[in-house]
Design a protein around this ligand. Structure first.
Ligand code: PMP
Length: 351
């Protein structure tokens, strides 16, 4: 009995933040955008007809690749699209981290990286962040490796990296693909997309889930040298040709067409973030100077796990990682001003 069990792929899956099924909850736990996408996105979705649904979508989503290329000043042959950046990054692990050497990523970072490494049997090494929770550039230079990936700004710290340091890492690793995960860059980081024209080993990944308010549509993309993109496409087309739906493609293009709304939304969130920093300081929290849409906060006196529980009892969800090194912190997504005010008054009562 159960002889088949020996053939099973053993994995430890990624655990995403809770998506509560009941309503009436202030949800500050998965870095979603508190505002809806542009009205133009909703209009575009309504415009999808039965004829379009009947047919398979364009496997390359060329209309979207062209729109993204125009938006970022690259060519459509430099763009790869996928079902959220998780799909794009997972596909990139499978495509680019295929040598025997260890792949490098920080010990405190997006907790999906080690899961993909496990799934695809990619050996890896995780250099520690420094005492200020920053990525140490020197850990990624003159170190033999089979690839490098880090988010900029990093998650869950929210800290961005110096541009010169990033370029140094890319330049000194010409035999490795260096992936910069720019999931949060629109909230205050500096994008490395222009450097993809200078370095053929640089791949940037992006998402519609945060700054573009479309986590539920699952849209992500990568930008890089044509050869990197072509190899990504070849691997994707060896697994699942039709990734983005016709609806997602339409919605994604429409979002790019309303840049004014997009910028206004991002500005509202960064303004609220800065105000939140002042309020959290008053409540006795300290945190790195986040450039993302979340704040990684530690209280001077009260344990993070306790605050997390008490907030949850009060129908406010934040993210708590019960993991060595970061179990003293809470990752708080920046919500609307009203949501943050409810959080601050609840924290005031709890503390
Ligand atoms: N990268 C980082 C650093 C993230 O925090 C997330 C969100 N969980 C992602 C990538 C993936 O986002 P999505 O798949 O929604 O594009």
């Amino acid at each position: 009995m159960y002889g088949w069990k020996k053939n099973i792929r053993q994995v430890t899956p990624y655990v995403p933040g809770e998506q509560p099924r009941e309503g009436n909850i202030i949800k500050l736990n998965t870095n979603e955008n508190p505002y809806p996408p542009s009205g133009k996105v909703l209009e575009a979705i309504k415009g999808v007809d039965g004829e379009q649904m009947r047919k398979y979508p364009d496997p390359d989503a060329l209309s979207l690749a062209k729109a993204l290329a125009g938006y970022h000043g690259v060519s459509s042959s430099n763009v790869f699209v996928g079902v959220g950046s998780d799909d794009v990054i997972g596909m990139s692990f499978l495509t680019f981290f295929n040598g025997g050497e260890k792949v490098l990523f920080p010990d405190i970072t997006y907790s999906f990286y080690d899961v993909w490494a496990g799934l695809f049997k990619v050996p890896y090494m995780t250099p520690e962040l420094d005492g200020d929770l920053r990525i140490c550039c020197s850990d990624y230079i003159n170190v033999k490796n089979g690839g490098i990936i880090f988010p900029n700004p990093n998650a869950p710290t929210g800290l961005d990296m110096d541009m010169r340091d990033m370029e140094e890492i890319i330049k000194s690793n010409p035999s490795s693909v260096v992936i910069v995960d720019e999931a949060y860059v629109d909230f205050g980081g500096v994008s490395m997309i222009p450097l993809t024209k200078k370095y053929d080993n640089l791949l940037i990944t992006r998402t519609y889930s945060k700054s573009r308010s479309m986590a539920g549509m699952r849209i992500g993309y990568a930008i890089g040298d044509k050869e990197l993109i072509d190899t990504l496409k070849a691997v994707k087309n060896s697994y699942n040709s039709y990734t983005l739906s016709s609806v997602a493609i339409k919605a994604a293009i429409a979002s790019l067409e309303d840049d004014e709304y997009f910028k206004k939304c991002v500005k509202k969130i960064t303004d609220t973030r800065e105000r939140s920093k002042t309020e959290l300081k008053k409540l006795g929290f300290s945190f790195p100077d986040s450039k993302a849409n979340f704040i990684f906060a530690k209280h001077e006196k009260v344990p993070a796990g306790e605050i997390f529980q008490r907030l949850k009892e009060n129908k406010i969800l934040v993210r708590y990682f019960d993991r060595e090194k970061i179990n003293g912190h809470l990752r708080i997504t920046v919500g609307t001003d009203e949501e943050m005010d409810s959080l601050f008054s609840c924290l005031g009562r709890i503390l």
